[in-house]
Design a protein. Sequence first.
Lengths: 94, 487
Amino acid sequence: MNISPEEVAKVARLARLDLTPEKIKQYAGQLDGILGYMDKLAELDTSAVEPMYTPVDQVSVMRDDVVRKDYTREEILKNAPETDGAFFIVPRIV
Amino acid sequence: MPDLTQLTLTQVRQQLADKSRSAAEVTEAALSRIQATEPKIKALLSVQAEEARAKAKALDAQGPDAARPLWGVPLIVKDVLATKDAPTTCGSKILENFRPVYDATAVARLKDAGAIILAKANMDEFAMGSTTENSAYFATRNPWDASRVPGGSSGGSGAAVAACQCYGALGTDTGGSIRLPASFCGIVGIKPSYGRVSRFGMVAYGSSLDQIGPMTRSVEDAARILQVIAGHDERDSTSVDAPVPDYVAALSERGDLKGLTIGLPAEYWDKGLSPEVAEACGAAVKQAEALGAKTVPVSLKLSEYAIATYYIIAVAEASSNLARFDGVRYGLRDKSAESLIEMYVKSRTQGFGEEVQRRIILGTYVLSSGYYDAYYRKAAQVRRLIRQDFEAALTRCDVILGPVCPTTAFKVGEMTSDPLQMYLMDIFTISTNLAGLPGMSLPVGLGCETGMPVGLQLTGRAFDEARLLQVAGVLEKNVPAAGIAAL
């Protein structure tokens, strides 16, 4: 058993998802199967292998730090569920 | 004389250039075709008919422009790519009302080249799926047989092109999402090398795997679209600043396959293929030999680890990428929530579909403290070994050939219950994404059992798309054509 319902519930909380108890049980079963399949990788000795996180070499590209204004405030706020015309509005935090 | 909508992009482009057709006429024909075929195939999430008509009218007023290589050509774009002021849902309810304020670079380049964007194509939600049944809106059907899936996740793009709704489409490919629907729908699809095409404005799934590419009815059409979208973009630091060859010119350089060495990996040919796929792809290889190519066996011995490696990396990157959907700046928000955390949780839970939630949880798990080394880091190490496997094989041959998928398009509903079973459909396509290499699907006729199209996969060295196009271009003229789906 790779993953228990309790672990699924914990991970769901971390991922900001609210799962019903039935869903948690269902996912635990499915994820257990998937992770069991993934454990296959343990067969390979990779102790001397550098991890490869991307296929391209130049990951950090430097450029001049210049201000560019491509969008107006109005455009940036256009898709927001709630604004006051100047800022994004969210429920009370404190 | 084929119907106007059945012309290839290359043919219609010629007719537009010599003014035997106007952009308005071509656009109107495509829009009528959409209207006639949509009830059956449901390839599109939104149609920008008025905008397309206005653009066609404006283009006609200016007259054909030889400097714009897609002048007046109607195209369709997968709904994962940002289109200014037009819906961009990613097949998800969480982005139902989202209207980007900018175009993805690939879309902007198509528009600059004179293309007319007709519509946004259906897809598996956030590109997670292999059948386009996993769209939050509706399932797309295969134009060859509406009881079958079009493949996924770019199934809307594939079905639209096969149904002649447009002259080409953009898809995206994270683990096979261009090549699989191209194979199932009997069209050409290219997943370019990682870094060849800018990902700016593509809603990210697996950032180190994703690429945008063309889906078309001919190899030359694919070359023409790739030509426009390829090349460095300062807005995507992973797009590589390397010269883009003239792909169309490269096509005319080859009439046969003399001097070419084709690698045939035993891991792709020896097991699990349906007889009709083995037969059609095998016949294409025989044809390649008859055209002068030499074939050699090559080994991709790590193939059996590719799916596990891929799904760890893809879900890890997805869980991180999808964290941005929080109901604050765009997308769905649950208005009943009283605290910020509750708002995040309720919005995400309502907005994301089941497969997306499953992958977010799996991805969060493999990245979480205590499991990171065992899963994510381990997968990244195996990923390097898989790339080395390909590099070694590609020193012995110029291009690797194999099937795109072990089967032709399967029936709607057949694959939806078991997620692991669905992941296994990607067995031949995902390694290419892990290694960052270019891959292509070429139709090689219809299967003798199902009558559905079969796709041959070509894989090449990084940034060697020109050679894939050349080989595909020669084979296209010498293998049975899939033809056009009767709809």
